[in-house]
Every structure is written in structure tokens, then in C-alpha cells.
Design a protein around this ligand. Structure first.
Ligand SMILES: Cc1ncc(C[n+]2csc(CCOP(=O)(O)OP(=O)(O)O)c2C)c(N)n1
Ligand SMILES: [Mg+2]
Length: 324
């Protein structure tokens, strides 16, 4: 079993981040149904310990690239929750001026290169980021999150190759929730992720994506290897998503009992609470007060987002490469 020998501040911050992701996503599940949010949203509920366990090993100097299911990665990397909520509502006060929305939230000041609507779009970006960390000798590590579905994309496989050939400080985190939209990984993914890593001469690690401590420890090994100049690795995270692929997907391709069992038996927040309170690291009251603070923060973020103005026509001409 993974160790509990982790700095207490890191644990406290990580619990808060996982709780924030859960509440952020649960709230979007409700708000999206009202029709006020433009575009699509893909929720990260059930997967919180993955993003948080990985990013707890990173600083603002390190870089991540995310996916279409990107809210959790943003929160885990420290992106402001109020500015994220405003972005998802398409408001001018959003972190990207309301012009990106759920699938294009980015915050370069936090080393968060962006959520990404292109499946398999993150791994090539991370090769570029890792190359710049290497050339600048700034000690940074670049991490790509991608799903089991994305693991089959040519861009991903090319990136594994390039990262190995160039010996980049890169970590490839496969968030394997068993499905790409409605297609089961057991049907669509040939061979194993482990064999794929070996095929590119890369170290392979795996962990339970519902156990923060396991993810933190295992991803930490991969990240530290990269930081020491020992090259790229793959971290295969086993987890489950609790909602449909996108909001509105009825998940008719999964048994509702299986999803209910995941929620009952593999809730990362419950696991964290049980382990840390039993070990006397936190009291239930301390964790309850974090829960309350997060509820207040999410409530405020939604209220502010709804009250904020929309972007205006001239805003279309800012934040673009070419000025007219
Ligand atoms: C290049 C590309 N192909 C297809 C799609 C449509 N699409 C969006 S999400 C998705 C499934 C991705 O599955 P996975 O990588 O396992 O991530 P998960 O949704 O399970 O988190 C697909 C096929 C896309 N957005 N981009
Ligand atoms: Mg998947």
C-alpha cells in the first residue's frame, strides 16, 4: 500500500483540490441542464485523484496539456476557479475572455497549456514543452494527460516515439476510464499500454486512479526521473468516469449497477477521508470545514459568472496572432 509520508500541506491542498473538482463538476451537471452553458461539457467526476495526484508533484514551472475532460486538470494545476467558471459560461471575465469555453481553458501562468477538443492533441504539445524545458535547462517537466481512446491516436504514438528519441523530460499519463465515448477500451485498444511503453523504450508505471496516495507516489517517481534527466515515462492510471461521456449522454452502454458500485466503493474523497482520519492526520471536522469552504467558493463562482458581461464584438480581434 502507498505511503502516508507526505507533507501535510500537500495533503491538505490536494484534498481541497479534489473536493473542488467534485463540487465544480457536480454543479455543472446541474447548471448545464438549464441550458445556460454554451457548447459541450465533459465531467471529470470519479477521476479527481488522478489529476490531483499527478499535479501535486508539479510546480508552476512545470507544464501540462489536458483533454476535452479538462476542468479537473486545470483545478489541479491551480487555475482560478472563479475565472474558470466564467469561462465556461462564456463571460468576458473568464480566464480566456470567455472565448474558449470548457474545452479551451488555458492558463500559461500556471503552466496549463489548455484543455483540448482534439483527442490526442496534448501529447505533441508536451513534446514541444518538454523540449523547451530541456533546452532552457529550467528544471521543468512536461506532462500530457490523455485517455484510453486517445492512446490509439497517431499523434500520441508519434509523441511517445519522439519523447524517447529526444530523451525528453516528459510524462505521458494515460487516464484509462475504460471507454472512448461509447466504445469500450477492451474492444478498441490492442495489446497493452505497458507493451506500448516498452515498444518505445520507455519506463512504465501504473496506479489506482481512485487512490490519491497511490497516484501521488507513482507519478512522483516518473516525474522525478524526468527531472533528473532520465527521460520520459508512461503512467497508466486506472479509473472510472461517473457521468456520461458528455452531459446529455445517457450511458446506455454501461450497466447502471456498475457505475453505482464505482461511486459506492471507489470514491477518492471517501478513501482519502478514511485513510487520513484513521491515521490521525486530519480530523473529520477539519475536512468538513474544507468541504464547506469549497461549497461557498463554487456558489460564488456561479453567481459571479452568471452576473458577468458577455464579450463584445471588438473582443474578437484581441488574443489572435495577427492584428488587423
Ligand atoms: C481527433 C479527434 N477524433 C475524435 C474526436 C471525437 N471524440 C471526442 S472525445 C472522444 C473519446 C475520447 O476517449 P478517451 O481518450 O478515452 O477520453 P475520455 O473521454 O474517456 O476521457 C472522441 C472520439 C475528437 N474530438 N478528436
Ligand atoms: Mg476513456
Amino acid at each position: 500500500m502507498s505511503t502516508l509520508q507526505i507533507n501535510r500541506d500537500v495533503m491538505a491542498r490536494s484534498y481541497r483540490a479534489m473536493r473542488t473538482i467534485r463540487d465544480f463538476e457536480e454543479r455543472l451537471h446541474i447548471e448545464f441542464a438549464t441550458g445556460e452553458i454554451p457548447g459541450f461539457v465533459h465531467l471529470y467526476c470519479g477521476e479527481e485523484a488522478s489529476g490531483v495526484g499527478v499535479c501535486a508533484n508539479l510546480t508552476d514551472n512545470d507544464t501540462i496539456a489536458s483533454t476535452h475532460r479538462g476542468h479537473g486538470h486545470c483545478i489541479a494545476k491551480g487555475v482560478d476557479v472563479g475565472a474558470m467558471m466564467a469561462e465556461i459560461y462564456g463571460r468576458k471575465s473568464g480566464i480566456c475572455g470567455g472565448k474558449g469555453g470548457s474545452m479551451h481553458i488555458a492558463d500559461l501562468s500556471r503552466g496549463m497549456l489548455g484543455a483540448n477538443g482534439i483527442v490526442g492533441g496534448g501529447p505533441p504539445l508536451i513534446c514541444g514543452a518538454a523540449l523547451s524545458h530541456k533546452l532552457l535547462k529550467d528544471g521543468g517537466v512536461a506532462v500530457a494527460f490523455y485517455g484510453d481512446g486517445a492512446s490509439n491516436e497517431g499523434t500520441t504514438l508519434e509523441s511517445l516515439n519522439l519523447a524517447s528519441v529526444w530523451h525528453l523530460p516528459a510524462v505521458f499519463v494515460v487516464e484509462d476510464n475504460g471507454y472512448g465515448e461509447a466504445t469500450a477500451a477492451s474492444y478498441a485498444v490492442a495489446g497493452t499500454q505497458k507493451a506500448r511503453a516498452a515498444g518505445f523504450g520507455m519506463e512504465y508505471f501504473e496506479c489506482d486512479g481512485t487512490d490519491f496516495f497511490d497516484v501521488y507516489e507513482v507519478a512522483g517517481k516518473a516525474i522525478e526521473r524526468a527531472r533528473r534527466g532520465e527521460g520520459p515515462s508512461m503512467v497508466h492510471v486506472h479509473l472510472s468516469r461517473w457521468y456520461g461521456h458528455f452531459e446529455g449522454d445517457s450511458m446506455s452502454y454501461r450497466k447502471s449497477e456498475d457505475v453505482a458500485a464505482e461511486r459506492r466503493d471507489r470514491d477518492c474523497l471517501v478513501k482519502f477521508r478514511n485513510r487520513t482520519t484513521e491515521a490521525g492526520l486530519f480530523t473529520a471536522d477539519e475536512l468538513d470545514s474544507v468541504d464547506q469552504a469549497v461549497r461557498d467558493e463554487i456558489e460564488l463562482s456561479v453567481r459571479n459568472a452568471k452576473a458577468a458581461p458577455m464579450p463584445e464584438a471588438p473582443d474578437l480581434l484581441s488574443d489572435v496572432y495577427v492584428s488587423y
